[in-house]
Design a protein around this ligand. Structure first.
Ligand code: C5P
Length: 223
């Protein structure tokens, strides 16, 4: 049987990663963090001294890094040219520059193709996959059986992200999230957008278990 695809989009800090991983564990599905792929691409550009604000240079180099994703929700991995970059891609330099790199159309077309390949293998070989990002419901997997747009108030998102990275300055974190969200929603190439056919789920004031349970219910009710 063909595996199921669950697509989750939303702004930074809305709880996409924790929710997607949780749903994948509960229903024994694969898990793909597409943001980690844009971060891995950005990490490689910085390592190789490509000027990330030079879209032509980024486009030229985009096919050089080999990005490999492990999709086990209990131990997801991300490698660039065979090296584990899971920690490195969460650093400040990557976070500050990832929106610029991910706005380059050549980067997006390469990574979207790779994401679709990962989804196709997961559906052929397993019960399916939960995929999270900014353009999954709109571009990567518009035919997904379950589509969720996960939101939370700006304050709740900044609180969550601050505790994740153990930052003490919640106001600075909120400013960084606002900056990235503006860039991600206003870019020309597949911006973060909420479509009417994605179920909106506001996680403000909800615990992770509750949000996971709500999405699992959508999965169980899917045709
Ligand atoms: O999800 P995360 O915050 O790690 O994503 C990092 C960045 O990657 C986002 O701010 C966005 O610029 C980019 N991204 C994207 N499309 C996706 C996932 C992430 O452009 N599907």
């Amino acid at each position: 049987a063909e595996g199921i695809v669950i697509a989750i989009d939303g702004p930074s800090g809305s709880g996409k990663s924790s929710t997607a991983k949780g749903v994948a564990r509960v229903r024994e599905l694969r898990y793909l963090d597409t943001g980690a792929m844009y971060r891995a691409m950005t990490w490689w550009m910085i390592e190789h001294q490509v000027d990330v604000d030079d879209a032509a240079a980024v486009a030229d180099a985009a096919s050089r890094p080999v990005i490999t994703m492990g999709t086990d929700p209990n131990a997801p991995t991300v490698q660039v040219d065979g090296s584990d970059v899971a920690r490195a891609i969460r650093g400040q330099a990557v976070t500050e520059n990832v929106s610029a790199v991910s706005a380059v159309p050549a980067v997006r077309s390469l990574l979207v193709r790779q994401q679709r390949d990962i989804i196709a293998s997961a559906c052929a070989e397993t019960a399916g996959i939960v995929v999270e990002g900014r353009d999954i419901t709109t571009v990567v997997a518009p035919d997904a059986a379950v589509k969720v747009y996960l939101t939370a108030s700006a304050e709740a998102r900044a609180q969550r992200r601050s505790s994740e990275v153990s930052a003490t300055d919640v106001a600075a974190t909120q400013a960084d999230l606002a900056r990235r969200d503006l860039l991600d929603s206003s870019r020309a190439a597949s911006p973060l957008t909420q479509t009417p056919d994605a179920m909106e789920l506001d996680s403000t004031g909800l615990g992770l278990k509750e949000v996971v349970a709500l999405v699992v219910k959508l999965v169980d009710d899917a045709p």
